[in-house]
Design a protein around this ligand. Sequence first.
Ligand code: SF4
Length: 368
Amino acid sequence: MKRIPASLSPFQHALITWFHAEQRPLPWRKEYIPYQIWISEIMLQQTQMERVTLYFDRWLHQFPDIHSLAAGSEDTVLKCWEGLGYYSRARNILKCAQIIVNNHDGIIPNDQISLLALPGIGPYTAGAIASIGYNLPAPLVDANIGRLFARLFNIDIPLAQARKLLWRKAAELLPQDQARSFNQGLMELGALICTPKNPACPQCPLIAFCSAHRDGLIAERPIPQKGKAQLTIEMATGILTHPQGNGRLLIQQRLADDVWGGLWEFPGGRLKPEERPEEAVVREFFEETGFVVRVNEKITTTIHHYTRYKVILHCFYCSLDLHDAAEQPIPLLTAAQRYRWVPFTELADFAFPAGHRKLIEFMNRSSV
Ligand code: SF4
C-alpha cells in the first residue's frame, strides 16, 4: 500500500487514495519509464485502451528503447503501427526519437519547453511525459479530465471554449510532489467512473466536491458542442497484376507529406462528381502511373469509418496490355515515392491504410 502524504488537500487525498486502490494494471504502469509513457500516450490519442495495450506490447518487442527506435526505418515503424491509424503519429515518433538521440543524449526531456519543441508533442503529451514519466508537477487536460471538470466545477460553456479554464484548474489542483498519481487519478476517474453516459456517482471519490451532482445537472454537463456532420468520401482502386506473369501486384508508397505518407497502397483515388468508380480507376491509374488499364471485374467495396469521415472504397481487378512482350511496365509515379511489384503473399510485409488492408483481407478470404 502506497503512503499518502498528510500535506494533501481533502480533494487530492480522496482522488489519490482511490487511484492507488482502483487503477487498471496497464503495462506502462509497471515501472514508469518515460519512453514507455510517451509511446503509450501517443498511441492512446484517438485509439481505445484495449487496442493500445495489444499494440504497446508488440511495439516494445520491436523497439524496446529509444535507441532501437531511432535506428529503425520508417517502413518498420509504420508496419508496427499499421491498424492504429493517424499515421503522422508514427512518423513523428520516429522523428522525435532521432532528435532525442542526437540532441538529448537519448534521454527524453522533462521540461515543457524542450518537450513542446519535439514533433507531435503538444501540451497534453508534454504534461503526461513530465508528470507521469518523471513525477514532475506538470498539469494536463485530456477529454476525460475535461468532462470530469465540467461536472465537478459546473462549467456552463462547451469544453472547446473552456480550454484556459480547464488548464488553470488542472494546475491549481495539482499537488507538487504527487503529480503522477494525481493526474492519472483524474484520467482514470474520467475513464472508469465519470463516464460520458450514466456516471457511477455513488462510487465516485469526489462526489462531495461535485457541483453538477449537488445541483442535479450531471446530464447537462459538459455542455455539448455542436457536432460537424460526418463527411463521406468515395474512392476507387485497382489491383493490377504484372502483365508478364508471376502473379505480382503493383503497389506504391505514398508521398511523405501525404495524410497516409509512407504507407503503401494500390493505385487509385477519389471519384470526381458524377464519375463512376470504374471510370475513376482508369483515370487515377493514368494520372498516378501513366498506365492505361482495363477494368476487368469488381472485387468488393470496403467501408471504413474515421472520426470525421467515412471512406467508401470500390475495388477492381485491372489489366494492362503491353504492345511489346519484352517491354517492362515501369510506372511514371506522380502521387507516390516508390513502387513495387510484389506477390500477394508478401503484401503482409507492407503497411497499408485501413481500406486497402480490408481489401487484402477480403481477397485472402476469397482465395481460400
Ligand atoms: S459525482 Fe458523478 S458527476 Fe460528479 S465527478 Fe463524480 S462521477 Fe462525475
